[in-house]
Design a protein around this ligand. Structure first.
Ligand code: NAI
Length: 319
């Protein structure tokens, strides 16, 4: 008899990211099994998902074409890993970001899976060559790195191991599209993947500008949220170049000297310590005190904004 998960997805690690993946896969009509080392965590996550889906449905923000009840009926918990993965087509690992722990999980999975299932890690920064080397099923392994909160920010970076089969990349890409996410193919693994390399470049220069007293921490953030970020929600830095002149060639002709001049003045990697931490922290805490209550409220507000932005992007960018 086929397992109840046949053709479905298994989430290994039902924390923050595992929960979001479960909701996304269910929104695409897929059966989802949640596994966690902590039985109580599975129970809590199922309850959290139920509440969140009902509230999303009420506010008209539930993803997919199925009702909350239909989506909820697709998700179940399982306290036994071997049972959970039987017949699954995709396993999404979401345990904490610890190389030894993740290697242990993938070695465990390697012993019990068949030759068809995709073994995918949510790792934010561990390289596939560190995670998957030596596994019998390495061709079926890939990193699918989501962005927090994945339910509202659709990007997923797909990062292959040097031995990952092209079909694994293609199938994972298609699956991400099916659940409404926006996958990108990272063609070769690199430390930080693409998103974090860009993010760290921005954080690094932001820190130097504040450290050198050029701008206050709050004004620095405004440059992004009311300036660059406004357009980056719709077009990337390369298309920005293309549109800000008569095409890319014209932009490079006009602005490359200026860009190179400024880029040469960038400083060394900041230490992210000492007086600058105090200065930035002071401004941030004036806006959002760093106690759990204020941080949670601000995250909720951020997620509501992202949800509205996602709706707007959907309206203005026909798929
Ligand atoms: P989390 O701490 O919220 O959840 C981890 C879950 O894994 C917990 O429920 C824990 O009980 C479970 N777990 C621990 N050991 C286990 C084992 N041996 N077998 C099964 N389950 C086990 O962590 P979070 O934030 O969900 O992160 C998961 C992964 O997603 C990490 O690799 C992280 O880097 C990545 N990620 C996290 C993002 C974030 O903003 N939190 C964003 C993008 C990726």
């Amino acid at each position: 008899m086929a397992s109840p998960t046949a053709g479905g997805v298994v989430i290994v690690g039902s924390g923050l990211i595992g929960r979001s993946w479960a909701m996304l896969f269910a929104s695409g009509g897929l059966k989802v099994k949640l596994y966690d080392i902590e039985q109580q965590q599975i129970t809590n996550t199922l309850e959290n998902i139920r509440k969140e889906m009902k509230s999303l449905e009420q506010s008209g923000s539930l993803k997919g074409s199925l009702s909350a009840d239909q989506q909820l009926s697709l998700i179940s918990g399982c306290g036994n890993l071997a049972e959970a993965v039987e017949g699954a087509m995709h396993i999404q690992e979401c345990v904490p970001e610890n190389l030894e722990l993740k290697k242990k999980i993938f070695a465990q999975l390697d012993r019990i899976v068949d030759d068809r299932v995709i073994l995918s890690s949510s790792s934010s920064c561990l390289l596939p060559s560190k995670l998957f080397t030596g596994l019998a099923h390495v061709k079926q392994c890939i990193v699918a790195h989501p962005v927090n909160p994945p339910y509202y920010v659709p990007l997923v970076e797909l990062v292959p191991h040097p031995e990952t089969a092209p079909a694994t990349m293609d199938r994972t890409y298609a699956l991400m599209r099916k659940i409404g996410q926006s996958p990108v193919r990272v063609l070769k693994e690199i430390d930080g993947f693409v998103l974090n390399r860009l993010q760290y470049a921005i954080i690094s220069e932001a820190w130097r500008l504040v450290e050198e007293g050029i701008v206050s921490p709050n004004d620095l953030d405004l440059v992004m949220s009311d300036g660059l970020g406004m357009r980056y929600a719709f077009i990337g830095p390369l298309e920005t170049m293309h549109l800000n002149a008569e095409g890319m060639v014209s932009y490079c002709d006009r602005y490359s000297d200026g860009m190179k001049r400024v880029l040469k003045t960038f400083g060394s990697v900041p230490e992210f310590s000492g007086a600058t931490v105090d200065k930035v922290n002071q401004d941030m805490c004036m806006k959002v005190p760093d106690d759990p209550e204020h941080l949670t409220a601000r995250r909720q507000w951020r997620d509501e904004c992202l949800m509205k932005l996602a709706k707007l992007k959907h309206q203005v960018q026909p798929q």
